[in-house]
Design a binder for this molecule. Structure first.
Ligand code: MN3
Length: 241
């Protein structure tokens, strides 16, 4: 009996260490983001696109040392030839952040004083930050993301990256912890906005829950990940990218 208990204990411990990644729950109902984002787009985006990243990520890490890594540690330690892992770990991380920072207007919370002050100090105004993000998002050719990040020297920076890449990855020329990300893949807006990416961006801006972005900011400033991002990125190590 004791041996059996021990086996059960070991099994449970392994499961805890190697739990599969799971699709996060959307904070609100699909239709609550309308008219900014229609219900069908929300539903397809999370249950088809995001779910596929989660499924492929789980397949990719199964039986590898990455099985027990946190998502952030996978992104920071991607192997140079890990294209599938990069796309799917990035896809899961990026979308999880995206769902978290969006809220229907009546349910949004206010920006913190510290984030607001930092935005004014660095960008001049919220409107200038919006313009910088929109420029970054509209000038991203093809699919990708526009980011507001906290850099290792604890400054804010607006950048954009292709595909499902993000600034935690060593391939990024601007590394940092994302506190706000906007998905500019066509699957995020095509049903309702077709080719009108700028209209979609305005609609997403109005859905931003600054209370959550502020919490992400406070968390990023104190995150041990920041010191890990100080190391040389792969662009300086290799001419391949
Ligand atoms: Mn997407």
């Amino acid at each position: 009996m004791r041996r059996f208990s021990h086996l059960v204990f070991c099994f449970c411990l392994t499961r805890v260490l190697a739990q599969p990644f799971v699709l996060p729950q959307l904070p609100y109902g699909y239709s609550e983001y309308a008219p900014n984002i229609d219900a069908l787009t929300m539903e397809i985006h999370i249950t088809k696109h995001h779910q596929a990243y989660v499924n492929n990520l789980n397949k990719c890490v199964k039986g590898t040392p990455f099985e027990t890594y946190t998502l952030e540690d996978i992104l920071i330690n991607l192997p140079p030839d890990g294209e599938v892992l990069r796309n799917n770990a990035g896809g899961h991380y990026n979308h999880s952040l995206f769902w978290e920072i969006l809220a229907p207007r009546p349910k949004q919370g206010p920006i913190s004083e510290s984030l607001n002050t930092q935005i004014i100090t660095q960008f001049g105004s919220m409107d200038s930050l919006r313009k910088a993000l929109f420029l970054s998002a509209t000038s991203r050719f093809g699919s990708g993301w526009a980011w507001l990040i906290v850099t290792p020297d604890k400054k804010l920076q607006v950048i954009s990256m292709a595909n499902q890449d993000n600034p935690l990855m060593a391939c990024s020329s601007n590394r940092g912890i994302p506190i706000l990300g906007i998905d500019v893949w066509e699957h995020a807006y095509y049903l309702n906005y077709q080719n009108r990416r700028a209209d979609y961006l305005s609609a997403v801006w109005d859905l931003l829950n600054w209370k959550v972005v502020s919490e992400n900011y406070a968390e990023a400033l104190n995150s041990p990940l920041l010191s890990k991002l100080k190391s040389t990125n792969c662009q300086k190590k290799s001419k391949k990218h």
